[in-house]
Design a protein around this ligand. Structure first.
Ligand SMILES: [Zn+2]
Length: 214
């Protein structure tokens, strides 16, 4: 995938904010037995998760992957959200996802080169303050891991500590999230939550935040 050129960015400290409350959390239906065990361990430890994904964003990713599954085509997109801090450690939220036209085959996917300017135009025009916190893509029928190419993408485009890769297999009904590690990459447990409103334009978001967010 061609590396987008960053024309401007703002660096800011993660805002101090409590993670989504336990009552709003739930495991993804497609977690493997091992991933579910890791989920339960985080929950019972009293620690917060590294990653919270809104049910809205999860639904978008799942339906995107499922739509192309019969033709065994891979899909991909960016995950948008925030990086927060709570009691000395950092966590990430995914509120929304964006994608664009794709050049896709059963084992490879990349953004259509001509479509990228449209994608970034959409992001700029959306009016919300977002951080690209990672990317998602599907592996229809071949389970969830990072291929050599995926790892290269992660290392060149998503090398910050908060950057996550979500891989979803809509045929085996499996989903995993990964981060870079010294050895290569590690699976990281995540939770779904009802407590994050989608990242929509600021006016609308403010209205929804008052109702939905803690
Ligand atoms: Zn892949």
């Amino acid at each position: 995938m061609p590396r987008p050129k960053i024309l401007g960015e703002t660096k800011r400290m993660p805002e101090e904010r409590a993670p989504p409350p336990e009552g709003s959390l739930g495991p993804h239906d497609w977690l493997s037995r091992d991933s579910r065990t890791a989920y339960d361990e985080v929950l019972s430890s009293g620690r917060h998760f590294d990653l919270y994904i809104s049910r809205h964003a999860e639904g978008m990713m799942r339906s995107h992957a499922t739509k192309e599954a019969p033709r065994r085509l891979e899909v991909m997109g960016f995950m948008l959200g925030d990086v927060r801090s709570w009691q000395g450690s950092v966590y990430t939220t995914v509120r929304d996802v964006v994608t664009t036209d794709l050049k896709s085959t059963p084992s490879k996917v990349r953004f259509d080169r001509e479509a990228l300017p449209k994608l970034f135009g959409d992001l700029d025009g959306s009016g919300f303050d977002y951080i690209i916190v990672g990317w998602y893509h599907s592996h229809p029928g071949h389970t969830c891991f990072l291929s050599r190419t995926d790892l290269e993408t992660q290392r060149t485009m998503f090398d910050q500590p908060y950057h996550t890769a979500l891989v979803i297999d809509p045929l085996n009904e499996d989903v995993k999230t990964f981060k870079l590690s010294n050895q290569g990459y590690d699976e990281v447990p995540f939770s779904l939550t009802d407590a994050l409103a989608p990242a929509r334009p600021v006016r609308k978001r403010t209205r929804r935040l008052r109702v939905r967010e803690v």
